[in-house]
Design a binder for this molecule. Structure first.
Ligand code: J2J
Length: 541
């Protein structure tokens, strides 16, 4: 463990190799923005179309980021400090993140859907000094959430609000005269990203400038992102996929334009595609289905679209076949993870490969192993557990030594928890998942987190949360509950309300609740989730 990094990192011989191979270029985000602003100051970097259209040239973005970074520094936020950032797809999000990068402070990327439980955990676990929120978003007042979290979190010194601040500090008051800042070194951490999670609390993923920047330019090469790219940020901008595959950060690296989409539905996105002449975007499979259907009878001109990336969850082959003809652009499947490894189908892959595989890794130095339950490599083409190691895949979660012992092999391979098969061309096909996680159309839910909440209900004796197949989302969540014999009667609605009132993101509330008398057990007496999943799937079909 490198002091100050708080997580295992690449052994020196690997780091040297990745530098020598030219993957790690010794750049930082702050430096990249400055260089682009110098090279082409008047190009548009960013468009925030709502409520009034705002644009930022590269020069303006660089200058505003400088002033905001100076303001953060003046308030005592320094290199290595953690700042929880929870903003929707607005220009302020991009400014805040880039300003923190420039200071060397680490954004912790919360999603707009997160509530008290998650935010309080991120703030306390990361010992965050600041938390950045919108005033209201999607009918929810984030200032109240911030007040509650601040009372519970001693480390939290600042709450900055984009919009009307209430009892907190207005973000617009923060910028001040720029001053030279020491800034981070390329091998240092840039931010902490959230893991999809399989455990009671999400793990934090430490990414460095060097490794993440490689995943960006590597993605740009594969996806043909350049200065002419006009990328629509359709998914929440804080998620790893729309941020880096190739995402708004990849587009920034290439000197292109990112347009922030306030909502992902076709009624919002299609007019923007037409007006802003969007060339590329990224979608999760359920959204891709909705877009494909809506494209058939839209009056909007989508002809500027050149490629659409679909990933985050398995995209069914039937759905994939329909996308290109409907949207009139290239489909690229992407199978990625915030821990690192990202695979893309290539623009010159044949149609069958594009619709039936989840692509090839970005890097020739992404090491891929497909192993059986005992860690032995399976035969060519057989399916097994995907392990990976490489120039932009982490070697350990942040401050999680015990979990790291299970999540990584001794020689540093990350156990993705995904079950894959490799085709003769090296393309990966995702066949399933061994980790205990629900993938709700790209939104990941850790059953254990929800089980722990439900177990707190006085009428609950035991609970097991599993995935059930769903035609639209791919999977939904089902909570099997055993009631306490002597307790008050309990309804499905009451269980859902209990989880909601606990304060978690709405997508984590069980879609279905069923009451049972007992759980199937494994030979050693543990609850057999496998058995429960099969029962659930049978009942739903
Ligand atoms: C099946 N499962 C997939 C796919 C991810 C790009 C794209 C996605 C993510 C992401 C990302 C899948 N088919 N095409 O970070 O940069 C599931 C796998 C994987 C997990 C990672 C990116 N694409 N998955 O989804 O960290 O189970 O990243 O291990 O949220 O999503 O989730 P996450």
């Amino acid at each position: 463990m490198t002091p100050g990094v708080d997580a295992p990192t690449w052994p020196v011989e690997f780091a040297d190799r990745y530098r020598a191979a030219g993957y790690w270029r010794g750049e930082t985000f702050g430096g990249v923005l400055r260089e682009r602003a110098t090279a082409h100051p008047d190009r548009i970097a960013l468009v925030d179309p709502a409520p009034e259209r705002r644009t930022w040239t590269y020069r303006e973005l660089d200058q505003r980021v400088d002033r905001l970074a100076a303001g953060f520094a003046a308030r005592g936020i320094t290199r290595g400090d953690r700042v929880v950032v929870q903003l929707p797809n607005v220009g302020e999000f991009i400014e805040v993140v880039l300003a923190l990068f420039r200071v060397g402070a680490l954004p912790v990327f919360a999603l707009p859907a997160h509530r008290d439980t998650e935010i309080a955990y991120f703030c306390s676990f990361a010992e965050a000094v600041a938390y950045v929120v919108p005033d209201r978003h999607a009918g929810y007042d984030h200032r109240d959430l911030a007040s509650r979290v601040k009372r519970r979190t001693p480390s939290l010194k600042h709450v900055f609000v984009a919009g009307e601040p209430g009892e907190h500090t207005a973000l617009r008051e923060v910028p001040c005269e720029p001053r030279p800042l020491p800034g981070p070194a390329p091998h240092e951490l840039a931010f902490l990203q959230l893991s999809g999670g399989t455990t009671g609390v999400p793990k934090l993923i430490p990414r460095t400038h060097d490794d993440y920047l490689y995943s960006l330019w590597g993605s740009n090469d594969i996806c043909a992102v350049d200065a002419d790219t006009r990328f629509l940020v359709t998914l929440p901008a804080a998620h790893n996929f729309p941020m880096s595959s190739p995402g708004w950060l990849g587009v920034l690296y290439a000197g292109g334009t990112s347009v922030l989409c306030p909502k992902p539905d076709p009624a919002t996105a299609f007019p923007l595609i037409e007006r802003e002449r969007i060339t590329m975007t990224g979608l999760v499979p359920p959204l891709a289905l909705v877009w494909t259907d809506a494209a058939a009878h839209t009056a909007h001109d989508l002809s500027s679209l050149e490629s659409v990336l679909v990933g985050g969850a398995k995209y069914s082959e039937q759905a994939a076949r329909r996308l290109e003809p409907a949207l009139g652009c290239r489909l690229m499947q992407v199978f990625g993870m915030a821990e690192g490894l990202v695979n893309y189908t290539r623009l010159d892959d044949d149609f069958e490969t594009i619709v039936s595989t989840q692509g090839l890794p970005i890097s020739p130095d992404d090491e891929i192993r497909v192993v059986d339950d005992h860690g032995n490599d399976v035969a060519e083409g057989e399916f097994g557990h995907l392990l990976t190691r490489g120039p932009y895949t982490i070697r350990g979660y942040w401050r999680a030594p015990e979990h790291n012992r299970d999540a990584f092999t001794e020689d540093g391979f990350y156990r993705t928890g995904d079950l894959v098969r490799r085709t003769p061309t090296g393309h990966l096909v995702v066949e399933g998942r061994a980790k205990d996680q629900i993938n709700r159309g790209g939104e990941k839910v850790a059953p254990e987190e929800i089980e722990n909440i439900i177990l707190g209900h006085p009428s609950v004796h035991d609970v097991s949360v599993v995935a059930v197949p769903d035609a639209y989302l791919g999977e939904r969540s089902l909570a099997y509950v055993i009631r306490r014999e002597d307790a008050e009667p309990l309804t499905s609605v009451a269980v859902k309300r209990f989880v909601r009132e606990h304060g978690v993101a709405a997508y984590k509330i069980p879609d279905l609740v069923e009451f049972v008398d007992a759980f199937p057990r494994t030979g050693v007496g543990k609850i057999s989730k496998k058995h429960l999943r099969t029962t659930a799937a049978d009942q739903q079909s």
